[in-house]
Design a protein around this ligand. Structure first.
Ligand code: FMN
Length: 420
């Protein structure tokens, strides 16, 4: 491997969001329907996750106690620090939602300003806020005011940062890794010197946006996100995340690092900017940090296939070297761990449903090379997983696969959709 052209370690700067000092500058993205408590736990156990976020939450759903919203907002002491993401367009409702989130364990509140889905944008939320900057800033201002009214005690900050929770810190991370089977890997090298902020005070607010709505605005250099980020900083937003696509692009096309860089340049260090989009390898993360000058990297879809990616990226940023990839046994142990956590957090039926809908993501890189150079398909494994009806069948399927069965022929890998 050729030596990196950047100085190893120079990009491995743990991120600070307002008063919240993270252990790394890597964040797990919200992915509606996928980044639940069980998944966040698995990623955290592998190490390298500075901050993980819930999927987008409806404040109305939280406030009326809807079962599905409460499930989405579930967290625990190990799942810290955690962002809770709210979407909507009414400042008062968003403020009430933020209050609920702080009362239920959020370390950071995030406002969704990037969702391109009609259901959200038709009600003026998500990336529709990029077409109405006054509304976007008004919501942030009102939410910030609400958060300022409910400062947390030092003791509560300890909980929100996960201090003392089983599985925190390098000792605890090792414990979690034993459970998911990667005890053979060295412990993650997280900075020991960083004491989490435990001073009493309010919860920080962040916003996650796209570069703008229309492609034409980006191409003309008139994207709204730099200006919006600056205005958000002025009303007390502590960091912004920028997904380097326009709303029109949805999830297609290539992420525009230039669009993220424009935000970084405009904000000029006043608040941190987190870059997001298409980061699939440690080298992608390094490139995003180096080319845009952003302060942190948020990773979404690639983590659904490699929940250990944060650890790999963090190691690479620190040393310029690639860490050993998990063995097949460790990968299967990760799937098993996710499944069992899901059974604990929800129930058998839901856990089976979840494992079946995400098995293509998990198995995406599990094909093994045959002696003739072709890849051996894991299609039979995926198909078998999708027909399981009981937890015992799920476990048996994983057992058979790890001992060499349920694979067959050399076929092209089934593609998982970008929005799977
Ligand atoms: C199925 C799906 C659901 C998503 N749900 C959310 C969400 O709830 N909130 C949000 O801010 N972004 C959401 N996103 C966007 C991601 O957080 C992220 O910005 C995007 O996928 C680009 O990053 P990636 O290439 O690392 O996945 C979603 C993306 C996908 C594909």
């Amino acid at each position: 491997m050729s030596a990196p052209i950047w100085q190893s370690g120079s990009l491995a700067k743990p991120l600070r969001i307002g008063s919240v000092q993270l252990e790394t500058n890597l964040l797990l993205a919200p992915i509606a329907g996928y980044c639940d408590l069980a998944f966040r736990t698995v990623c955290r156990e592998w190490g390298g996750v500075g901050l993980a976020c819930t999927d987008l939450l409806s404040p109305q759903g939280l406030l009326r106690g809807s079962a599905s919203s409460l499930d989405l907002a579930k967290t625990n002491d190990f799942d810290k620090p955690v962002g809770m993401q709210l979407y909507g367009s009414d400042p008062e409702i968003m403020a009430a939602g933020a209050r609920w989130a702080v009362e239920h364990g959020a370390t950071v509140i995030d406002i969704n300003m990037g969702c391109p889905v009609d259901k959200v944008t038709k009600k003026d939320g998500g990336s529709a806020l990029l077409t109405n900057l006054d509304r976007a800033v008004g919501i942030a201002k009102r939410v910030r005011e609400e958060l300022d009214r409910m400062p947390l005690s030092a003791e509560e900050w300890r909980r929100r940062m996960g201090v003392g929770a089983k599985g925190r810190g390098s000792e605890g991370a090792r414990e979690g890794q034993k459970e998911i089977g990667n005890a053979g890997l060295p412990p993650p090298s997280l900075p020991r010197s960083l004491a989490p902020s435990l001073t009493p005070g309010p919860v920080p607010l962040t916003c996650k946006m796209r570069i703008c709505w229309h492609n034409a605005d980006f191409e003309a250099g008139t994207q709204c996100s730099p200006h919006l980020a600056r205005m958000l900083a002025d009303v007390g937003v502590a960091a912004v995340t920028v997904h380097g696509r326009t709303t029109e692009m949805k999830f297609s096309g290539v992420v525009q690092l230039a669009g993220i860089k424009r935000v970084v340049d405009e904000v000029n260090g006043v608040i941190p900017v987190i870059g997001n989009g298409d980061v699939k390898t440690p080298q992608d993360a390094e490139r995003m940090l180096r080319e845009t000058g952003c302060d942190g990297v948020m990773i979404g879809r690639a983590a659904l296939t490699e929940p250990w990616l944060f650890r790999s990226v963090w190691h690479y940023l620190q040393t310029g070297e690639e860490i050993r990839q998990p063995s097949l046994e460790e990968k299967i142990a990760t799937i098993r761990r996710y499944f069992r956590l899901m059974q604990e957090h929800r129930d058998d039926r839901y856990a089976i449903w979840q494992i079946q809908r995400r098995i293509s993501w998990f198995a995406k890189k599990m094909a093994v090379k045959l002696p003739d150079g072709r890849m051996e398909s894991v299609k039979p494994f995926k198909e078998a997983m999708r027909t399981t009806k009981t937890p015992a069948e799920v476990e048996a399927c994983l057992d058979v696969f790890v001992s060499g069965g349920l694979r067959g022929g050399a076929e092209a890998e089934e593609e998982v959709g970008s929005e799977a």
